[in-house]
Every structure is written in structure tokens, then in C-alpha cells.
Design a protein around this ligand. Structure first.
Ligand SMILES: [Zn+2]
Length: 109
């Protein structure tokens, strides 16, 4: 869909959103139905997609008034459990359920 401007000889200019394939040189005026001629304007093709625009609006609103949640929102990824790492250390996964080995100070896989 693109927005085209038409000028009615009796009323004023008006805009019509129609597919590019079906626009003609004239269009009936929405007020008086007179045949109106097209006004040539610069195409407004560089628009932000609707989904991106909504996401930007949500981000702006969240910056000013963040929502407080008490549970993980639906569809959000689950928080990952903390895993042992040679650089950061940490607790091995399911460490409580593993039998104590001969070297309890070493991590078991
Ligand atoms: Zn008119």
C-alpha cells in the first residue's frame, strides 16, 4: 500500500492508500465523488515497519515506566542454571545428587 494525494476541483486535496498496482491518474473525491486528479509527490517509501515501530514504542515506555513482574513472562527463555566453569568456578549442576567421589574437591562430569 502506498499513500497518494489527489486534488478535488471542488473541495481540497485528499490522501488515498491504495496498492501501487491499482492507482490511476484520477480518483473519486470521498466528499463529493468528483473525479480528482493525482498530485505528484515524493514517494514515502522509507518507513519503519510496524513491528519495529511497536517494539520501539514498548522500549520507550519501559524506559519511563518499567513494568514490575513477579513471574517469568510467557514465552521468555528460562534462566539457565549456574554451571561450573574453570574460569569462574561455580556450583556443578546437580551437585547435591552426585555421590561423593574420591576427590570431592574436583568437579565431576
Ligand atoms: Zn470533492
Amino acid at each position: 500500500m502506498a499513500v497518494y494525494v489527489f486534488r478535488c476541483p471542488a473541495c481540497a486535496e485528499f490522501e488515498v492508500a491504495v496498492p501501487m498496482s491499482s492507482v490511476g491518474p484520477t480518483h473519486p473525491c470521498p466528499a463529493c465523488a468528483a473525479e480528482s486528479t493525482r498530485v505528484w509527490t515524493a514517494p514515502a517509501l522509507a518507513t519503519t515497519p510496524a513491528g519495529v515501530h511497536r517494539a520501539m514504542a514498548v522500549a520507550d515506555a519501559s524506559a519511563e515506566t518499567p513494568q514490575v513482574v513477579r513471574s517469568i513472562p510467557m514465552g521468555a527463555p528460562r534462566p539457565r542454571s549456574r554451571r561450573w566453569s574453570p574460569t569462574t568456578g561455580g556450583v556443578p549442576v546437580n551437585a547435591a545428587h552426585r555421590p561423593a567421589g574420591p576427590h570431592p574437591s574436583l568437579p565431576r562430569w
